[in-house]
Ligand binder design. Sequence first.
Ligand code: ARG
Length: 471
Amino acid sequence: MKKSSPVSRSGRFASGPGADVAQFTESISFDWRLWRHDIMGSIAHATMLQKIGVLTKGELQAIAKGLEAIGQEIQDGRFEWKPELEDVHMNIEAELTKRVPAGAKLHTARSRNDQVALDMRLWLRDEIVELAEELRGLQRALVSLGEKNAEVIIPGYTHLQRAQPVYFAHHLLAYVEMVERDHQRLTDCFQRVNVCPLGSGAIAGSTLALDREFVAKELGFVDAKGKAVVTQNSMDGVSDRDFAVEFCSAAALTAVHLSRLAEDVILWASSEFNFIKIADAYTTGSSLMPQKKNPDVAELTRGKTGRVVGNLMSLLMLLKGLPMTYNRDLQEDKERVFDTADTVRASVRLMAAMLENTSVNAKACAAAASDPALLATDLADYLVRKGMAFRQAHHAVGAVVALAERVNKPLNQLTLEELKSVDKIFGADALAVFDLKKAMSQRDLIGAPGTKEVRKQLARWRGLLRIEDRR
Ligand code: ARG
């Protein structure tokens, strides 16, 4: 039998938990990483306790100094975590109390239930800010790669079949838009994370006259006007993990976006496409086939998305059957949230770095984009301009495509006679449709892949992302 823990179990329990129970229930092996925020929360709580007269100034000072010293030791790797003390909260508080007698007053009107909710919110706030910054880095990498290859045109695909020509930059900017929404979702999620639960106690607050808003302000839980934001129901305050679900959900969608980008990159890097070359540092070789250069960063980004989506599912399942309020099940939220944060951040960072070290094979892109079939729709538009109904025009161009296949010629090499054999409406100007440059200049609707519009969008993003001029 383990010794009973000095912090929470003394009094009620005759003995501590068995070794296997302790191992099953501990969380210190993963929640130690909340230490910085745990200490921050404790200092704010103690500051408030002094303000309302529970602690003397000297006691507060001793507690703050003690906690800071412990923080320094943790940072330096000199702190000894004790598994028998279960979690980060008890480890730090027990050590503090050993050093500072007033440490025994720190937990006044506080429970690990509101403490852990606080720590997770503080921790997530920082993660969100940092992930949001990484997302900006990815957007910058996408815009820069687009700008460096502003003239490059590739086939756009639907059903992974060649559809219509687009600027390579237009394709990349699609991801910039997706990442922008990811950024918005994170920023939005931040608002629900940024609410202070401290003062909820174990479930029912406290009979002591805590100043919840003071603590909230100390910890930066404020709205745009600087007003304290605190949870409004003590039961919800200790059992709510919606903020974690929201983060894991927003991050899962980011991971799905990254996975799609990874898939495009993997295709483009294949010999079949040969559109891009990823720098060696972001690829690996094969242990058997000497010629291989594999896009592992992109593949692992795609692969890790499974984990990140799984983490979201785990959290949802974790919560679905829980009665109010805190239940120990909630301890299971941490590894899922930590893993999502770590995985998505690393994926975003590495995908950005990989894109910064990727070159475009303009020749292969030009060859693929020169396929005149990509402009079959332009030929239908030509007929529409001549007054033909679109459905009819679609049918006529379909017949032109079939004819070209029959006589084994590319579309743009059919003669005027051959075109006229399908429909007399075709004029001598019909073949001009296949001038790719001209075709691209005609796509200038907002959001279209035309020459002017893509340049405009690149410039817009360059400005929004404040990319310094490296051209
Ligand atoms: N380690 C716990 C968790 O992560 C802290 C809260 C424990 N509270 C309790 N009443 N046992 O959820």
